[in-house]
Ligand binder design. Structure first.
Ligand SMILES: NC(=O)c1ccc[n+]([C@@H]2O[C@H](COP(=O)([O-])OP(=O)(O)OC[C@H]3O[C@@H](n4cnc5c(N)ncnc54)[C@H](OP(=O)(O)O)[C@@H]3O)[C@@H](O)[C@H]2O)c1
Length: 294
């Protein structure tokens, strides 16, 4: 089986390369190989490689930048997924795409299920919702995994930033009025690979039967403030921390171009039931992520 991966250099893309290359022949592309704003390139790579399955981990993920560059965000997050889905359908390939908790407005108290109606409150969320809809409109064999608060140990992720702040400033202010389901990129990649191996010989039928949108994130929910405390508590080099006080603050204390949903935790029970896979608690995978070799 040949799998084509878009977005190989991102947090998720890097982990997918590791998880998928052991179970299939993998052709992995980054932005230089295939820019998703160039739709002819997408078509070219799919036609040239003729994969059985396409994974799209590429996205315009700069949430604040999307407010000033909504057209670019829409091209990558909204239009490109539809082009990929269309090409996949033409050659009978399956398509696995990743979407976001930010399709929701965050006004719900509990965790969001797939039955809840999206209502994005920023341009990034809007562009990702267009992507979901364009894949569904094509009507091929697709899985859309919506994830939440994705992280690795890199300096751009929230985990990397908290570790940096804790080592460089005596006082940290972290918002307590946003909650979500932190998801280690490795867990997401490994669960995606398990979905593929679960199908076994009957892979094509298995995926087709399960077509749809699923929530796939770390189990449970936590505020950004408590998540930061957990990151610091699990820091394997905590002796390097200089921070003396971590102050919980409201989101409105930080001026950002894009609004964030106050609650974007995801209920992933449907994924667990349909694929027979257990998703670990966010706190368990955080411990693993903090002690893993990067
Ligand atoms: N990060 C989160 O908190 C989060 C939360 C929920 C859902 N998600 C979703 O999860 C998926 C993976 O996210 P991630 O955190 O792994 O993202 P990421 O680390 O930002 O990686 C995205 C990758 O896409 C590439 N890319 C951007 N524009 C592109 C273009 N025009 N053509 C081709 N590639 C392009 C980026 O390349 P450059 O770096 O060179 O631009 C980067 O390598 C995405 O669908 C995202 O929407 C993420």
């Amino acid at each position: 089986m040949r799998i084509l991966l878009f977005g190989k250099d991102g947090q998720l893309g890097r982990e997918l390369q590791n998880s998928i290359s052991s179970i299939a022949e993998l052709v992995a592309l980054n932005k230089n190989d295939s820019d998703l704003t160039d739709h002819d390139q997408i078509v070219h790579h799919i036609q040239q490689n003729k994969p059985s399955l396409i994974l799209n981990a590429a996205a315009f993920t700069a949430v604040d930048q999307a407010e000033t560059e909504p057209y670019a965000a829409r091209l990558v997050n909204g239009i490109a997924p539809g082009i990929i889905a269309n090409e996949a359908k033409k050659i009978g390939a399956h398509f696995i795409h990743f979407s976001t908790d930010y399709v929701f407005d965050g006004r719900k108290t509990g965790a969001y299920t797939e039955q809840d109606s999206p209502n994005p409150i920023n341009m990034y969320g809007k562009s990702k919702l267009v992507g979901e809809q364009s894949i569904q409109d094509v009507g091929g064999s697709y899985l859309i995994f919506r994830t939440s608060w994705l992280y690795d140990r890199g300096s751009n992720s929230f985990v990397g930033k908290v570790l940096h702040w804790a080592r460089n400033q005596p006082i940290m202010k972290i918002v307590y009025d946003q909650s979500g389901s932190p998801t280690w990129s490795r867990t997401l990649a490994e669960l995606t690979a398990k979905v593929l191996t679960n199908g076994g010989e009957d892979f094509n039928h298995y995926l087709r039967q399960r077509r749809g949108i699923y929530h796939l994130a770390g189990k449970g929910q936590v505020s950004r403030y408590d998540w930061a405390l957990a990151i610091m508590a699990n820091d394997p080099k905590s002796e390097e921390q200089v921070v003396e006080s971590v102050i919980p603050v409201r989101s409105k204390e930080f001026k950002t171009a894009a609004r964030r949903p106050p609650n974007s935790a995801l209920n992933c029970a449907l994924f667990e039931r349909v694929f027979g896979l257990e998703i670990p608690e966010w706190s368990t995978t955080l411990k693993m992520a903090m002690s893993a070799t990067v």
